[in-house]
Design a protein around this ligand. Structure first.
Ligand SMILES: [Zn+2]
Length: 519
């Protein structure tokens, strides 16, 4: 995810950091009267009723908040308490104004990147484009794509736009396929990151008085942006990380944790581990909201997460290259994830032709940080397959929405001439009660033929008879065959036997695939 700064440095009036850049004055709102706007009780499963969004937006009634002094922050927090949006002025900007702001910021980041990075300047020279060529938002298509390989080639700082004296944190991608890519972060970007995450957490219904347990991994890479975002909004955080699940479960129950963020598979894992101790997190805890990301999960997973954890489950999207969480998140309408588009420009393209696809049509997401002052993250190809829509949302936010990630353009497996996405397999598996929470596709070439092996974790594996396992394997295989056209060999495993993604990285589906073919 990107280190995006919110553009206050450019002197525009759209700056969105809401006055917290001075440091620690935010987050002092404990016990404020966060309110229950009428008609806003949806989205909460038990617990208190301080609500998520209602139908109507509170618009810009509060105006810009904050001011960098404690009194201002407290007043801002009080004014903000009953709002639907954390940052209404920017979250509900008229689409035309939002696009105008995007263009203005795009022009600025491209000019700055060409001025401060010899590597980026050379990329633009090769593409035959100059900053002055960016006259409309469509002109973004004249700019070169940025690929992961280019990030690696410029390791460690080729795309950095500032000196170390301006860097306050360094993050990193996971580096699973090579050296990790360092992501340099300035103060402005850190504030912008916190703001975007604060907007997301507020959008899904968290308010001061909630307690958020962050069960993404800490370290490199990290999803610490969720912590920064919560604190920016005055919401308490338990920075629990992952591992030591007994402790994580105790914290949730004993501290009265009301919200959990983690990967969907780790959330289910915690629920299962709690059950083994006779604790039903759905009923024996105060959990009411869950934010799940770093792994793609199907719509059918929502009911499962709700049943296991007792939470209203929301989806979020982020990529390590853009710092992680805080790029896009579902609102209570739950029909796509709002992209914080005053900070990020997202395109949806046909991965083959690289031309834009129609509104809501499937395509690959390409990301530009519109406010970064420390790295040139411009037209970065995510290879995540999704869709994009600027259609108005009933929640009142104007920022466009991306659809659920359904696969990766570089993860589409061609097996025996058929294109298979891991997400299609997952859709089949979740229909079976016996399905645990994880699976892996192993593709091999045997005697010049592609062979797909589907490894699946099965609930109650040890209790199943050999016959029962064989019957279940046949049922699963025929379900997959009916959906993707390929009959897999089946390998059933005990719960949690397969490797899983827990780092909070936006690796989407790729860890589900083990392609052992030589070419
Ligand atoms: Zn919405």
């Amino acid at each position: 995810m990107s280190r995006t700064t919110d553009g206050t440095t450019d002197g525009t009036t759209h700056g969105t950091t809401d006055g917290t850049t001075g440091g620690t004055t935010h987050g002092t709102t404990g016990g404020t009267t966060y309110g229950t706007t009428p008609g806003t009780t949806h989205g909460t499963t038990g617990g208190t009723t301080h609500g998520t969004t209602g139908g109507a937006l509170d618009g810009t009634t509060g105006g810009p908040v904050g001011g960098g002094v404690a009194a201002g922050a407290a007043a801002g927090a009080a004014a903000r308490a009953g709002r639907t949006c954390f940052d209404p002025e920017n979250e509900t900007l008229a689409p035309d104004a939002l696009r105008a702001l995007q263009l203005e910021r795009l022009q600025q980041v491209v000019a700055a990147a060409c001025e401060r990075s010899a590597v980026y300047r050379e990329m633009c020279r090769e593409a035959g484009v100059e900053p002055a060529d960016i006259r409309t938002l469509d002109d973004v298509r004249r700019l070169p794509f940025l690929e992961k390989a280019a990030l690696r080639k410029t390791y460690p700082a080729g795309l950095r736009l500032c000196g170390l004296d301006e860097i306050i944190e360094v993050h990193s991608t996971s580096g699973t396929t090579g050296k990790p890519t360092p992501i340099w972060v300035t103060r402005r970007e850190m504030d912008a990151w916190a703001l975007r995450n604060a907007r997301s957490l507020w959008m899904i219904g968290l308010r001061p008085g909630d307690l958020l347990q962050n069960c993404f991994g800490y370290g490199l890479p990290t999803s610490i942006g969720l912590q920064y975002g919560a604190q920016h909004a005055g919401i308490g955080v338990v920075p629990a990380g992952i591992g030591r699940q007994e402790l994580l479960i105790d914290l949730i129950v004993d501290l009265g944790v009301t919200a959990l963020c983690t990967t969907p598979s780790y959330g289910l894992y915690l629920a299962d581990k709690a059950k083994e101790r006779g604790i039903d997190l759905a009923t024996d805890s105060n959990l009411r909201i869950g934010l799940f990301g770093a792994e793609p999960w199907p719509e059918s997973g929502r009911a499962r997460l709700t049943a296991a954890l007792g939470v209203d489950a929301f989806n979020e999207y982020g990529m390590g290259e853009f710092l992680g969480p805080g790029m896009a998140c579902e609102c209570p309408v739950k029909d796509g994830m709002h992209v914080w588009s005053d900070h990020l420009l997202v395109e949806c393209i046909d991965p083959e032709t690289c031309e834009p696809v129609a509104d809501r049509a499937p395509g690959e997401l390409v990301w530009t940080s519109l406010t970064s002052d420390s790295m040139a993250m411009i037209r970065y190809r995510s290879h995540d397959i999704s869709s994009l829509s600027w259609a108005p949302c009933a929640c009142g936010r104007t920022h466009p929405k991306i659809g659920r990630i359904t696969g990766r353009s570089d993860d589409a497996l061609s097996i025996g001439g058929l294109v298979v996405f891991p997400s299609q397999i997952e859709e089949v598996l979740v229909r079976f009660d016996e399905f645990g929470s994880n699976f892996c596709l192993v593709v091999e070439n045997v005697s010049n033929l592609d062979r797909l092996t589907l490894q699946v974790e099965i609930r109650g594996f040890d209790e199943l008879s050999d016959d029962g396992k064989a019957r279940l394997a046949r049922k699963l295989a025929s379900g997959v065959k009916a959906t993707v056209g390929v009959t897999p060999r089946m390998e059933l495993h005990a719960p949690y036997a397969l490797p899983r993604e827990t780092a909070g990285q936006g690796k989407t589906a790729c860890h589900r695939v083990d392609d052992r073919r030589s070419c």
